[in-house]
Design a protein around this ligand. Structure first.
Ligand SMILES: [Mg+2]
Length: 247
């Protein structure tokens, strides 16, 4: 922590990449309830108002969803795992996928939803997600494995990837990813301090892309295997870090 804060203070171009669910806010049974808490809103505002900071929320959420949850915070956003981006208030697409594949996969998702009570489908602009956070854990795990297997060939043919996230299976264009999004950011500008925090499988791409960057502090939130340099126990440790940076 001391090394990180020292580096932060001494840096002239800082990039801060924060995942949303499981990193800044806890998971809720109803995803729409995960509104940004007031104290985190204020800490992020502090980071945004510090000169030489570029701050991004980098999330798998849809643009509409994350916009609403952030409560008009004027922060840059990378949404849908990198497929969409909001810079200085303007949204743009990073990919031009007409998503014709959705039509053939939707019936498969409908089938597994019927077999797994409590599960639900979320359609985003460039992806389909099947959530089972409110289902019996063992049933959800088992059916998610069956789902991944049953769509793997079709996904490969259609150049899609299947993300096995925290109680969610998500299908999207193989070119979309948080790793790719971060790579694009670093191509346009160099930073002498990078902070990247996340809790889920999709964040590992981001950590992997920053592994060789000696200015990068990568932080995995919660349990599990990771290629991040550091581990935090929970969202409260992330809150404490933001507090230290804005002090
Ligand atoms: Mg997350």
């Amino acid at each position: 922590m001391t090394e990180l804060i020292e580096k932060y203070r001494g840096a002239t171009n800082r990039l801060i990449l924060l995942d949303y669910d499981g990193t800044l806010v806890n998971y809720y049974p109803e995803p729409g309830a995960a509104v940004l808490p007031d104290h985190i809103f204020h800490l992020l505002t502090g980071l945004l108002n510090t000169p030489n900071n570029e701050v991004y929320i980098i999330t798998g959420r849809s643009s509409i969803d994350i916009d609403r949850l952030l409560n008009n915070l004027p922060i840059n956003i990378i949404a849908e795992h990198g497929a969409m981006m909001r810079i200085n208030g303007v949204w743009k697409n990073n990919i031009s996928d007409p998503c014709l594949w959705k039509e053939s996969l939707m019936p498969v998702l409908n089938q597994v939803t019927l077999k797994c009570p409590g599960s639900f489908i979320e359609e985003k602009r460039f992806s389909l997600a099947w959530h089972y956070r409110n289902s019996d854990s063992a049933t959800g795990q088992a059916i998610s494995a069956v789902l991944r297997k049953s769509i793997s060939r079709a996904a490969h043919t259609a150049h899609l990837k299947i993300i096995n996230g925290n109680k969610v299976i998500e299908i999207l264009n193989v070119e979309v990813g948080k790793g790719r999004a971060v790579k694009d950011l670093l191509q346009h500008k160099s930073f002498d301090f990078i902070l990247s925090a996340g809790d889920d499988a999709t964040d590992e791409e981001m950590f992997a892309n920053l592994a060789d960057n000696r200015n990068a502090f990568t932080i995995k939130v919660g349990n599990g295997e990771t290629c991040a340099r550091y581990k935090f126990a929970d969202i409260f440790e992330v809150g404490r870090l933001l507090q230290n940076l804005t002090r």
